[in-house]
Design a protein around this ligand. Structure first.
Ligand code: PLP
Length: 249
């Protein structure tokens, strides 16, 4: 008698399919509930899984459970996981600080750069994309909280940055991204998210060049996504809510 295999084919050994799949379902429910509570259409809010430090087997479980959008914030991790994830259809956004000298390595592996934060980087991307004859979606990262440790342009420089992207024909501006204030003060966090939404709305109202498709707001993480959704987030970036606590680096 042949007993059925206890694990479905393709389940990575040593990793239980349970927790990630369940936490992903729970995160989806909470994101939907937050959208409804804010009077928004839940279909307007996508979950990006922030997969830093997670091994490809675990990321693959989330992709097999229907996740499609993932984000990494270190070039080395993108490269290290690329082969193992190639068989799982997904879209990869880069969500970390990108140094110009890593652009060539990274570009083949991403569909969007959410952290465009300098004119130098625009130049580097444009010339590399031109050689590769392809385009790239980008978000401008804005430092809405003004914290010294955070990347991103100052809100006052947003228009200038949008115009610089518009002058790079291989870049397609899709929206704006921010990392929220690291603080227990929810009102202060929400003010930052509101500031990002204001930039997007002004770009549309004042018809900043190249901003016609800049509709996305990537803001909110596991601890504060409901507030970000209330302020208009279209992408929330979830790590620990889905994967559990991360090991220390
Ligand atoms: C890690 C990370 C997240 C997710 O953080 P959690 O608090 O674990 O949800 C979101 N955005 C960026 C840029 C990150 O690096």
């Amino acid at each position: 008698m042949v007993l059925p295999d206890p694990e479905p084919a393709g389940t990575p050994t040593g990793a239980s399919a349970g927790p990630v799949v369940e936490r992903l379902a729970e995160a989806r429910r909470r994101v939907r509930a937050a959208a409804e509570a804010a009077g928004r259409d839940p279909a307007e809010v996508r979950i990006l899984l922030a997969t830093k430090t997670m091994p490809p087997e675990v990321i693959a479980q989330a992709l097999a459970a229907g996740a499609t959008l993932i984000g990494e914030n270190r070039v080395q991790e993108v490269l290290a996981k690329a082969d193992a994830l190639a068989g799982f259809p997904h879209t990869m956004h880069f969500i970390g600080h990108l140094q110009s000298n890593k652009v060539n390595q990274l570009l083949p592996h991403i569909q969007c750069l959410q952290t465009l934060d300098s004119v130098d980087l625009i130049g580097r991307l444009q010339s590399r994309l031109e050689s590769a004859a392809r385009n790239l979606d980008v978000f401008i990262q804005v430092n809405v909280s003004g914290e010294q440790t955070k990347s991103g342009i100052a809100p006052a420089d947003a228009r200038e940055m949008v115009e610089a992207v518009a002058a790079a024909p291989r870049l397609r501006l899709r929206g704006f991204m921010t990392i929220g204030l690291n603080s227990p003060d929810r009102d202060a966090i929400r003010r930052g998210y509101r500031a990002l939404a204001t930039i997007r709305d002004r770009a549309a109202d004042e018809q900043w060049p190249g901003a016609q498709d800049a509709v996305e707001l990537s803001m909110g993480m596991s601890g504060d996504f409901a507030d970000a959704i209330a302020e208009g987030a279209t992408i929330v970036r979830l790590g620990s809510a889905v994967f559990g606590p991360r090991p220390a680096r």
